[in-house]
Design a protein around this ligand. Structure first.
Ligand SMILES: [Mg+2]
Length: 271
């Protein structure tokens, strides 16, 4: 009897511990394993470096053409995005995977101001400066990140790491009301400069036309503007995150990794 009672208690304890373990697993913050391949590619593939050099080499050629054309009435400027365009934040993406950190960790990362310059970005920015072409950093980092962003850019060696060349996300004064849209901030730069080139890893870095991804994930807008790529628009690769994800997740925010993976799988093409 004693041993039966003990067995029941033991079995109950085991069952309880299994449930506890199960509950514990469920309550663990979302993991980011789906990022593994893209972060590995971004950090370690030589192709990634080659694509950045390719982008900035083309940018330099286009800049030379604009300077030589000498048609401008206003000073020339290049508008660049910061994250995954000029600065490499892939260590933060790696932290998401290894620490199952959440996006709040982003501010801890940018506060370090240690993101490195991406291949070709620094040489391009210095080349622009040596030709009196100003660089404007139009970023969706927040106003609260301005100081650390300027510190990071300056310490990485970028010219124009100054208040008047940095346009952050919450600068609503010139925006369209959508704080993520860069349309208003580009218009602000255009008031006193002629933007000859735009460089970014997200189509929203180039034109408002790309902000709506509801038609074929935005590919219709790309087709319509295809002649601009490698001309005025220089696109850099970022497989880790971006506005391209939103239609794949049906524009739903706050999904866990499991749900995201399920949605991604449901949208794969087999032919
Ligand atoms: Mg970016």
């Amino acid at each position: 009897m004693k041993s039966t009672a003990y067995s029941i208690i033991l079995a109950s304890a085991l069952l309880f511990s299994c449930q506890t373990t199960k509950n514990t697993i469920i309550s663990v913050p979302t993991n980011h394993d789906k990022l593994l391949m893209s972060v590995a590619w971004y950090q370690h593939s030589a192709e990634m470096a080659a694509l950045y050099y390719q982008g900035f080499n083309i940018a330099q050629q286009r800049l030379n053409e604009a300077i030589n054309a000498n048609k401008h009435t206003k000073p020339l400027a290049v508008v660049v995005d910061i994250d995954e365009t000029m600065l490499d934040n892939s260590p933060f993406e790696a932290m998401l995977i290894t620490n199952a950190d959440d996006l709040k960790g982003w501010y801890n990362w940018t506060a370090k101001a240690t993101a490195k310059a991406l291949p070709g970005s620094l040489a391009f920015a210095k080349y622009a400066q040596s030709n009196d072409v100003e660089i404007f950093f139009v970023t969706n980092r927040d106003d609260s990140e301005r100081a650390v962003t300027l510190k990071n850019l300056a310490e990485a060696g970028f010219p124009y790491a100054t208040e008047d060349h940095l346009l952050t996300k919450s600068d609503l004064s010139y925006s369209t009301g959508n704080t993520s849209s860069k349309v208003g901030r580009r218009a602000k730069v255009s008031e006193n400069h002629e933007i000859v080139l735009l460089i970014g890893d997200n189509l929203n870095d180039f034109s408002g036309e790309f902000e709506d991804r509801s038609v074929n994930n935005g590919k219709e807008a790309v087709l319509k503007n295809h002649e601009q790529f490698g001309q005025k628009f220089i696109v850099l690769p970022n497989p880790m995150y971006g506005a391209w994800e939103k239609p794949l997740y049906n524009y739903r925010d706050g999904l866990g990794d499991e749900e995201k993976t399920k949605l991604l799988k449901s949208k794969l093409r087999n032919e």
